[in-house]
Design a protein. Structure first.
Length: 77
């Protein structure tokens, strides 16, 4: 297996596409950091401008890949 690239900062869907294409045998766990439901309420940016990005990646002792994901505004306020 090739070396696992650094995914930090990439969009979740891009990361999953790379993993599916090049690292099918790798066991991946995704942990999502969530914010309160009303955090984006009354904000200018619409819901569809939010994107999930990788904020942390970690290889566990048993060689599994753990990705931590957070939602960001794609269009800054």
């Amino acid at each position: 297996m090739r070396d696992i690239p650094i995914f930090t900062g990439l969009k979740l869907d891009e990361t999953l596409r790379i993993l599916e294409q090049d690292f099918k045998s790798l066991n991946v766990t995704i942990k999502e950091y969530t914010i309160p439901e009303d955090f984006y309420k009354n904000k200018i940016n619409p819901v569809n401008s939010r994107v999930k990005r990788i904020v942390r990646q970690k290889i566990s002792d048993n060689c599994n890949l753990e990705l931590t994901v957070c939602t960001f505004n794609e269009i800054p306020e």
